[in-house]
Design a protein around this ligand. Structure first.
Ligand SMILES: [Zn+2]
Ligand SMILES: [Zn+2]
Length: 808
């Protein structure tokens, strides 16, 4: 063993944490191997973007996942904490495109194959750094098993998924309106958008009635879309326009005649209450257009510029201005006014999103969602907290068909081939001829799949599926998945239906939705507000243990402000634990851990360890990390350090063999309970304890024992409070007196004023009177819950004892 002398007087996480992170990984202690004789416990960690770096959301998610994994590992489960990355289609493509622009070239100049080659080169050099960040927080992922959604084997799984869904008849192509980035020239998912309030101008334009009988005024912020207007819609109950339904108006600029139609989707309060309908460039207009069988001409190209006759190539601002001039000359521009509204931008390039009709590949949700819905409704799979379970069900019930195609180059190219006659052949490998007509002139679809299409397979494609590997047999289905609520729709629900569909079994039992960490000011962290927290800086400054503890402690609700105080509390806890452990290591050098309690404080601390362990197990089992941290803090700080150790210290120094053995035993126990949340400081202390054959990370989780004496120090603790308020030393004898004197040190306390005694007497008399009155109230006794009444009685008894102790 190492002597206690070598334990530094002050704990310094820097260096120590990195050393344990290296050691655990080098010794293979994070590794998971298939073993049919052991029960597995699996958490497939959400794959971060391969281009990403650690942020506070990751740090919290890892703290949650790793605490569960470390706890289960100590309980003897064959744990797999699966790491890896998402190929992050658009964000990776964007990073590499920017590098190319800096070099004076472009993706288009390079061509597709050379570009994809460049992306791989870039990834080999710069990608995947985020796993080093994950190591730095102490996440015990099996890093050997890291996968990326673009790996060869994984890509094969993605192709198989697509072909499977296609054979089921659940994949189709259709022209629909989608979010379109004019810079990236691709469709985007809702998650890839940023919404911002912008200042705009609302123009009210007169649409003349075709029969010359007046006009309908219409307000729009996008005059550039006027050339693609195909109707004017009004609400069927709008008295202002009822008589115009069925007549025709003339669209400015194009001078096309279009019908006035009635539709309940029109907002009567917006603008003039009449809506120009442009199905190709607005989602609501698109719906109205489909409902009324209207044509869907477009006037804005994929690059965001106008394609309208006479406006070709102009930006939308330029085209809109020309149309407004045209209206002004004809007295059709009624007014222009300032208008502030929310607009969607591409999160990568900040281009304004163009809703656009285009031909995309879709996955029909109607049938595929039925099994996951049944699994969620029955509770076979459960989201935590309950509110998120309901949200997950709602979002599946209302899931629209999924746009799975993207018009970018980095990703899984869709396995569909077209012949000159337009037949589509879908299969795993390149076909030699068209499945319909036998033509050998085949052209592969250029679109790639949405990144979420591949990450939906994460729980089993990482284990080798579609190959039947030993890993797949042992580690699927998994147990738990932890993540943020904004990807329930995009990822969690899709993993559930992919797992049920392809594997026939749910991918996990529980989904833990951790809180969203807000900035200190309570707003969402954002670059533009400059209120973000740099997760590295926090790790550097406080260490991984304190960060993990603080994030978990501060995770009680679904939206939490980042709390430095909680992290500082974690730091204090590490130091307090270190100092207590150092005292025990030095005083007990040479004595092995053994359970030989012979005194009140020893029986009490063992009972408290048992009691708290059961509480912690309950909280961790219910994914309530905030309360688990509370219990650990109280157990370590108050019970172990302030009471037990102070009480037993003299006996340790006196060389009492039983006291030394028991102290070592109790410390080992405490370290085990703390390890899942604070792995580094506990492993470091463990290495100084005698006869250590194994690492703490793989030490067996203790068995909680007898806890009947967990309240044995209550009376002394009450008297300590009375003494601290009043200076009155209680009448105690035996063990109680010894413990009181050792912990409270009344002889060393400064003489406080006599007035304190009187003030304390007054306070306690008041409390006794209040309690007696309340318990004499029959209505209170009859109506209050039994445990509230019992608590009041207990309190009254306590106040009476305390009053007694200071002489009434
Ligand atoms: Zn973009
Ligand atoms: Zn054909």
């Amino acid at each position: 063993m190492s002597g206690g002398e070598s334990m530094q007087p002050r704990y310094e996480p820097r260096g120590v944490e990195e050393r344990w992170q290296r050691t655990w990984e080098e010794e293979g202690l994070y590794n998971a191997e298939p073993d049919p004789d052991r029960t597995p416990y699996v958490d497939c960690h959400p794959p971060p973007n391969v281009t990403g770096r650690l942020h506070t959301g990751h740090a919290l998610n890892l703290s949650v996942g790793d605490s569960l994994i470390r706890w289960k590992r100590m309980q003897g489960f064959n744990t797999l904490f699966q790491p890896g990355f998402d190929h992050a289609g658009i964000s990776t493509q964007n990073v590499v495109e920017r590098a190319l622009i800096d070099e004076g070239t472009s993706r288009q100049e390079l061509g597709r194959d050379a570009f994809v080659e460049r992306v791989w080169e870039w990834l080999h050099e710069y990608g995947g750094k985020i796993l080093d960040d994950f190591r730095r927080i102490g996440a015990s992922l099996d890093y050997r098993r890291s996968r990326m959604t673009m790996d060869d084997g994984y890509s094969r799984a993605v192709m198989q998924f697509f072909v499977h869904l296609h054979q089921r008849g659940w994949i189709y192509q259709a022209n629909r309106i989608i979010n379109w980035c004019p810079y990236h020239e691709t469709s985007l998912s809702d998650l890839e958008l940023e919404h911002e309030d912008v200042d705009d101008t609302l123009s009210t334009i007169r649409y003349p009635l075709a029969d010359g009988d007046g006009y309908i005024p219409i307000a729009t912020v996008r005059p550039a879309t006027i050339p693609a207007d195909v109707a004017v819609a009004v609400h069927p109950d709008d008295e202002r326009y009822k008589h115009l339904i069925g007549r025709e108006v003339i669209v400015p600029w194009t001078e096309n005649r279009v019908p006035v139609i009635a539709d309940e989707r029109v907002e009567v309060e917006f603008g003039t209450g009449a809506l120009k309908v442009t199905p190709a460039h607005d989602p609501t207009d698109f719906e109205i257009g489909r409902a009324h069988n209207l044509p869907e001409p477009s006037c804005i190209g994929p690059d965001g510029r106008s394609t309208a006759a006479g406006l070709e190539g102009l930006t939308q601002g330029e085209a809109g201005a020309k149309i407004l001039d045209w209206c002004r000359e004809r007295d059709l521009l009624e007014k222009r006014e300032h208008y502030r509204h929310s607009v969607a931008f591409c999160e990568r390039c900040h281009s304004r999103i163009e809703p656009r009709i285009s031909l995309q590949w879709w996955c029909s949700m109607e049938q595929i969602k039925q099994r996951p819905l049944a699994a969620l409704r029955s509770g076979e799979i459960r989201y935590h907290p309950e509110s998120q379970h309901r949200f997950a069900i709602d979002s599946l019930e209302n899931a629209p068909d999924w746009c799975i195609s993207r018009q970018i180059w980095w990703g899984h190219q869709i396995p569909a081939w077209y012949c000159p006659d337009g037949h589509v052949t879908v299969q795993l490998d390149e076909p030699s001829a068209c499945g319909d007509c036998g033509s050998t002139e085949l052209r592969r679809e250029t679109d790639v799949l949405d990144t979420w299409f591949s990450s939906a397979l994460w729980p089993f494609a990482t284990l080798g599926w579609p190959e039947q590997t030993p890993e797949l047999a042992q580690f699927y289905p998994g147990n738990v998945n932890t993540t943020a609520r904004d990807i329930i729709r995009l990822w969690e629900n899709r993993m559930i239906f992919a797992g049920l569909e392809l594997m026939g079994e749910r991918p996990f039992d529980d989904v833990v939705i951790h809180p969203t960490v807000l900035a200190v000011d309570g707003r969402r962290m954002s670059k533009s507000l400059g209120n973000g927290i740099d997760a590295f800086e926090v790790l550097e400054r406080y260490g991984a243990d304190a960060t993990r503890y603080g994030l978990l402690k501060n995770s009680l609700t679904q939206d939490v402000r980042f709390s430095y105080a909680a992290i500082e509390e974690g730091g204090k806890l590490s130091n307090k634990l270190w100092n207590a452990a150092r005292l025990i290591v030095i005083a007990c050098e040479g004595s092995n851990a053994a359970e030989r309690p012979s005194s009140l404080e020893e029986r009490w601390i063992l009972a408290r360890l048992s009691q708290t362990q059961r509480q912690i197990e309950g909280y961790l089992g219910a994914f309530d990390f905030a309360h688990a941290m509370d219990e650990l803090y109280h157990l370590t700080f108050d019970d172990f350090c302030d009471w037990y150790l102070e009480a037993v210290k003299a006996r340790l120094y006196d060389g009492d063999a039983d006291a030394r053995a028991t102290a070592t035993f109790a410390l080992e126990w405490l370290l085990k309970l703390l390890h899942p949340a604070m792995p580094h400081v506990t492993e470091e202390i463990w290495s100084y304890l005698p006869a250590r054959e194994s690492r703490l990370i793989v030490a067996p989780w203790p068995e909680a024992g007898e806890e009947s004496e967990a309240g044995a120090l209550e009376r002394i603790q009450e008297y300590a409070q009375v003494f601290r308020r009043s200076g009155v030393v209680p009448q105690l004898d035996g063990d109680e007196k010894r413990i009181f004197d050792a912990v409270v040190k009344p002889d060393r306390a400064p003489q406080r004023e006599n007035g304190n005694v009187e003030a304390e007497r007054v306070r306690l008399r008041g409390e006794v009177a209040r309690g007696e009155k309340m318990l004499a109230n029959e209505r209170f006794i009859a109506n209050a819950p039994a445990d509230v009444v019992a608590k009041e009685r207990e309190k009254l008894e306590r106040y009476k004892r305390e009053l007694d102790a200071i002489g009434g």
